[in-house]
Design a protein around this ligand. Sequence first.
Ligand code: ATP
Ligand code: MG
Length: 463
Amino acid sequence: MFTKLSLKIGFLFFACILLIESLLFYTLYATLVNDRVDEVMESLLARGETHSAVLAMSFKKETMEHVGMMEAASSFSVIVTDEKGQVLIHSDPIEPEMKTVMDNTDFASMPADGQVIEAHWSEKKYIASDSPVMKEGDHFGHVFMFSDTEGIARMVDNLQKQFFWAGVITVALTVVTILGLSRLITLPLIKMKKATEQLSLGHHQVDLMIDRNDELGELAAAITKLSKDLDQLKKTRHEFLGSISHELRTPLTYIKGYSDILNRPGLSEKEKEKYATIIQEETTRLTSFIQELFELAKMDQHEFHILKKEESLDELIESATNLVSASFAREGKSLLVSGKKNIQVMIDMERMQQVLLNLLDNARKYSQAGFSTSINVLERGNEVVIQVKDEGIGIPKNEIPFIFDRLYRVEKSRSRESGGFGIGLSIAKEIVEAHGGLLEIQSETGVGTEAIVRLKRKEDWNV
Ligand SMILES: Nc1ncnc2c1ncn2[C@@H]1O[C@H](COP(=O)(O)OP(=O)(O)OP(=O)(O)O)[C@@H](O)[C@H]1O
Ligand SMILES: [Mg+2]
């Protein structure tokens, strides 16, 4: 029934407020009625007391008649009796109800200052009080005062009517207020719901423009940010797919072209060998590209596991340098290792080796023959730092922020010559970060590049 949030909130509020209002109204009503009834009773008793005081001074026929005359003109009735209950005078005709009240009165035990002897205003026709006439401890008679309960009933009836209308107006105002309030709360939610529907339909540019700084405002800002992120993701994916197809197309064009040539008649063995080598190189390039893409896909699927073990940093560096030293030597570039020895680190050996190989590969690829690359290890505060520094061509300042992006290469044609895909650094960064470390690149064109791997020190592992 209550599928709408505004209705749910509204109904809940309404129920709570109605309960509170009913309680307050009832308390107020009961207090008012009681006070008014008490007032009537007190005035009845006070009147009886006055008469009994007068009669105590002069318990004579004339005084009694005077009292009777006074009350005949008022809305009350008075009956004066002797000490045994024998009626002496009465202001109005004695009705059976009055008689019953008097018959049930215990004349002897009546307190000297009188008391209310019939208070059931809602059931009885009269409320009544009895004030004994006393003089010097002697007991002469009784002044019975009666008041019609109709007046009280009318007053209570009036009060009930007033309360009823006040209640109706309060409920109406409550409903209007709650409707307004719940709309105020749910309207932005409805807007957000529509926005997210738009998002799932692929319209990634929503701007909720909800100008409030409460939780709803935060939610709106989060959705707007999500839409921008999605939009960015869509663009990146587009560019990524574009780059991949471009990357695949180029070697495939070579392979196709050279295999066509290979099929031509009259080629010399030497030519055949040359073309076959090109095809082989391009196939190798394609294979490694697909391998790297596969790595990226695994990272995105979170199927990429880091198994950290206590390892020697010297061993890591040695194994990496052993693998690349031959290619450095072949190209006339030197590789130097320096810095602190005997450091133990908690790493996934294979993965960290992949990082170092990539950094060293970059250093080699992007520097000319005759220049050297150095690996330096140092401990700084809580960190172990591995610096891979080259004296190569460097990276322009404005390109540095993008080099960790997938398939980003500074100079497309140049890095194709050197065989890069622009994936290595993005994989390396993810691996280092998965170790809880950081990978930074500092570079200056024409001076060289420094890649810095910052890992947590061994002592911190279990912290
Ligand atoms: N040491 C360096 N000196 C100069 N430029 C560099 C260096 N390292 C990286 N770059 C630039 O950053 C780009 C991205 O590097 P990255 O390692 O991600 O890709 P890549 O080396 O081109 O290809 P691969 O995917 O094979 O590693 C490179 O294409 C290159 O332009
Ligand atoms: Mg690289």
